[in-house]
Design a protein. Structure first.
Length: 582
């Protein structure tokens, strides 16, 4: 018996080793990009598309999202309705709805999707799927309704909807399933598979430069031709981030998503457009620093160093290299100095006739018009001492930190903020305190009450009800509205960091802030009266507490998100990390 077991183990081992040796002698499979004709605007490739589809279908996030208020709002959005209309046109042309069952049947291992027209959603899809499985799909079973054609020695099938003139074509070539919404795309792909020397997406500069700058592809890779995408009105309308102004400076981009355990990591590379020689005035000192940011002790080094000040329990933080004086002024004003309202802006509405002041005019006053407001000369807006101070300071980096906390009763949620500004030279603490008082005094008091600085343990704090605090540590200026937060920042000054230089470092601790967010906006939005007044009538969910709140609940498994942006010669590197608790 032992001899038989030993012989069985030897035979099994020999078979495994033989199969491995056979596989090693096989030529490597060609990249699917060699089969994609030129002209695409977006290229998407997955190592295991069927696995991604299966993970999404069985995920608790999908189950929660489709029942959420966020999905309810999305399902009524213009983008969703356009996609639904495109799906209906596809169904009319193919005779099959492009639902999740259809996607699961046609999803193979390594797969690519190339998008050629955003407005008409013209695409080519190629997936590695055993021919036996391809022939089990509903698409193959309905091929009798399609018209057969041939390209590259392979028969493909095409069907056109006479009403919309949309067409759907598919083919099975060996262990590949191809699907397209244009006849020339599927024919071109089949010709390339047969060895034709036509131009492919690999020959286009936006694709080749972006891919060459990237490392090994992730579980999912996306390559974008930004020079053609950004001007498109469809892209500008439906791009969720709405950062078209930023994207117009780049020619191409590649993004790789890596999934491993409790971490999803996205590695992005953006290729800047070539800058023509300047024909006007030379760049400023700050612009020169931005062009060559990787210098010892430069803004990118200071930015990475600032992150060590961030408290371990901070809700959100963002550190930037070389901020402008205007940006720092706006940061201080909006996050910490809000009590200063400033002069009322000039009205852009038509003038109103005042009827409540008791003036009725007289019969002899025939020159005064009552249909126009008196002409008032707008006083020139003065520049505050704080703005002047920031404009003349060589700012190297800025750090913004925010957190929320419940009050002792657990009813209200309070927000606390801190701003840290790093300069190229030591700050003048006296000048800073004077500039801050000059800025906030009109919005706080008519006299000096509440705007005198009191010394605390390592920092200065206003003596009124508003706990604005400042501290200067050489080249660092720290301003907060919470004494405890100031003490934590100062305690972290002695921390050491080995962070690499970066032009932006940011983080959001979703697990910490999620419940406070829901609590705060549940109070701000208030209970909806519409549901009680109109029972059974669909209502628009409250934006923050219901819409965004339900999306936050759907992604409750994401504990934190971190972003790091670096410049590396002729490309910009962005790393986005998502940490999962489950």
């Amino acid at each position: 018996m032992k001899r038989m077991v030993i012989l069985l183990l030897i035979a099994t081992t020999t078979a495994v080793l033989g199969w491995g040796a056979y596989q090693a002698t096989l030529p490597p499979q060609p990249a699917l990009s060699t089969y994609v004709p030129a002209g695409a605007l977006l290229y998407l490739e997955a190592k295991d598309f069927a696995g991604l589809v299966s993970d999404w279908n069985t995920s608790p996030q999908k189950m929660a999202w489709v029942q959420s208020a966020n999905y309810e709002v999305f399902s009524r959005s213009r983008l969703f309705l356009r996609l639904k209309g495109a799906g209906a046109q596809f169904a009319a042309a193919a005779g099959l709805p492009p639902d999740m069952d259809f996607l699961s049947q046609t999803a193979g291992k390594r797969s690519v999707l190339a998008l050629y027209d955003i407005g008409n959603l013209q695409f080519l899809y190629i997936t590695r799927l055993p021919s036996a499985k391809s022939m089990e799909t509903a698409l193959w079973q309905t091929r009798a309704k399609f018209e057969p054609r041939a390209a590259g020695g392979v028969t493909f099938y095409i069907r056109r909807d006479p009403e919309s003139q949309k067409e759907v074509a598919f083919a099975v070539a060996g262990d590949y399933l191809l699907l397209a919404t244009r006849e020339d795309l599927i024919a071109g792909a089949l010709e390339l598979m047969a060895g034709a020397k036509d131009r492919t997406v690999e020959t286009e500069l936006w694709w080749s430069q972006s891919v060459a700058a990237a490392g090994s592809p992730g579980d999912l890779r996306m390559v974008l031709d930004l020079e053609k995408l950004v001007p498109s009105p469809y892209f500008r309308t439906y791009w969720v981030q709405q950062n078209i102004t930023d994207l117009k400076h780049y020619s191409g981009a590649v993004s790789d998503l890596f999934r491993s355990g409790r971490e999803y990591r996205e590695e992005r590379i953006l290729m800047p457009k070539k800058v023509e020689a300047a024909t006007s005035s030379p760049p400023s000192a700050r612009e020169l620093k931005e062009l060559v940011p990787l210098v010892p002790g430069g803004g990118d080094t200071v930015t990475a160093d600032l992150v060590r000040l961030v408290p371990d329990d901070a809700g959100v933080y963002e550190a930037r290299a070389y901020p402008s004086g205007d940006a720092c002024f706006q940061l201080l004003e909006t996050k910490l100095l809000a009590p200063h309202l400033g002069p009322a802006p000039l009205s852009k509405l038509a003038p109103l006739v005042q009827l409540s002041n008791g003036e009725t005019g007289s019969g002899s006053d025939l020159e005064t018009r009552i249909d126009q407001s008196p002409v008032r000369q707008a006083a020139p807006e003065s520049v505050s001492a704080l703005k002047q101070l920031l404009d003349k300071t060589p700012l190297m980096a800025s750090l913004e930190v925010q957190s929320t906390s419940r009050d002792n009763a657990g009813v209200f949620v309070r927000m606390h903020s801190a701003i840290v500004l790093a300069s190229g030279e030591d700050w003048d603490e006296t000048a800073v305190r004077s500039a801050l008082v000059d800025f906030i005094q009109p919005g706080v008091t008519a006299s000096r009450l509440g705007i005198e600085w009191n010394p605390k343990a390592g920092y200065q704090q206003l003596d009124g009800l508003w706990p604005l605090s400042i501290a200067v540590r050489g080249k660092y200026l720290l301003v907060t509205d919470d004494g405890a937060l100031m003490e934590t920042l100062l305690a972290n000054v002695s921390r050491r960091t080995d962070a690499r230089p970066a032009i932006l470092v940011a983080g959001f601790r979703h697990a910490r802030e999620r419940e406070n967010f829901a609590k705060f906006f549940g109070l701000v939005d208030g209970p909806s009266q519409f549901a009680r007044e109109s029972p059974g009538v669909p209502r628009q969910p409250q934006f923050f507490s219901a819409n965004v709140g339900s999306l936050s609940a759907t992604l409750s498994g994401v504990s934190a998100e971190n972003i790091v942006v670096r410049n590396d010669g002729n490309k910009e590197l962005q790393t986005v990390t998502y940490e999962w608790t489950q």
